[in-house]
Design a protein around this ligand. Structure first.
Ligand SMILES: C[S@@+](CC[C@H](N)C(=O)[O-])C[C@H]1O[C@@H](n2cnc3c(N)ncnc32)[C@H](O)[C@@H]1O
Length: 267
């Protein structure tokens, strides 16, 4: 892994340079139609066309469809404000080790991932987890692979009833898809007696960012209509206790870095 400069990442070869500068227009509206097209039909619909035996083969295909060679490819990743060129396999290992170590540190009898896709993260855990996911194609793929994933929509309060007693909840790059996290925190509050910890490995707008890369990250979130207020809500609610907070911990895409937040409702 080799450290690189911001100019090696954000130059004229990266379409995001001009978008962030406002030289080319880009603005998404992240509503249910966008999720349906981008995830259900495109990403998971395409994966479902393959008939692999193992989940690793699906994950490698996912990287390949995103233009990355899972064996010999290189990619640019970030740790806080530092950028690195790493092999795809090295980057994947670092990211999934982060998820595994956080979930094992705060584990409960049951582990639940919300917005879990086809359940790849769940498949890495040493206990049987369960998950909820919006995309019907992802749920189909998860079931084909023998994982316990059910249909779940962050926007439907009743869907949160599937949370089992004595659960740790985690999310990884799925609340990023919900511009306003209010409905999520309010719905989880209704289930709080069943939840021990909540772990979010999520990009969000961070109001205090003041480095150049940090300001670009906030702008990137805005243009993509990604989440704007997860951390802000958690920090402002008196009934919530934040146990761990690491800003910009790790980015498989440096503009879209995940923060790690561990929290719980006060008893
Ligand atoms: C970037 S993917 C991450 C998937 C998975 N967490 C992972 O780490 O592999 C974002 C996921 O959020 C899901 N998602 C988006 N909107 C959702 C909603 N309203 N309810 C539940 N899941 C949603 C998408 O379908 C997709 O699976």
């Amino acid at each position: 892994m080799k450290q690189i400069s911001i100019n090696e990442y954000l130059n004229s070869n990266n379409p995001w340079s001009k978008r962030l500068l406002g030289l080319t227009q880009f603005q998404k509206k992240r509503d249910t139609q966008q999720i349906e097209n981008e995830y259900n039909l495109d990403k998971y619909g395409k994966l479902l066309e393959f008939d692999f035996k193992t989940i690793e083969e699906y994950k490698s295909k996912e990287f390949e469809l995103a233009g990355l060679n899972p064996i010999s490819g290189e990619m640019i990743i970030s740790i806080e404000d530092d950028l690195f060129k790493a092999s795809v396999s090295e980057a994947r290992k670092m990211y999934y080790d982060l998820i595994k170590s956080l979930v094992s540190k705060y584990k409960s009898k049951n582990i639940c991932e919300l917005g879990c896709g086809y359940g790849y993260n769940l498949s890495l855990l040493d206990i049987n987890g369960y998950g909820g996911e919006y995309s019907i194609n992802a749920v189909k793929l998860a079931k084909k692979l023998g994982l316990d994933v059910t249909e779940f929509n962050y926007y439907n309060e009743a869907d949160y009833n599937f949370i089992k007693p004595d659960s740790t909840i985690f999310t990884a790059h799925s609340i990023e898809q919900i511009p306003d996290a209010t409905i999520i925190i309010d719905s989880l509050e209704k289930q709080k007696n069943k939840i021990n910890y909540i772990i979010n490995i999520e990009p969000t707008v961070i109001e205090g960012r003041n480095s150049f890369l940090g300001l670009l990250r906030n702008k990137y979130m805005e243009l993509n209509d990604y989440n704007r207020n997860l951390l802000c809500i958690l920090q402002n609610r008196k009934d919530i206790e934040i146990l761990e907070l690491n800003i910009d911990s790790f980015g498989l895409v440096p503009l879209n870095t995940a923060n790690t937040i561990v929290w719980r409702f006060k008893k």
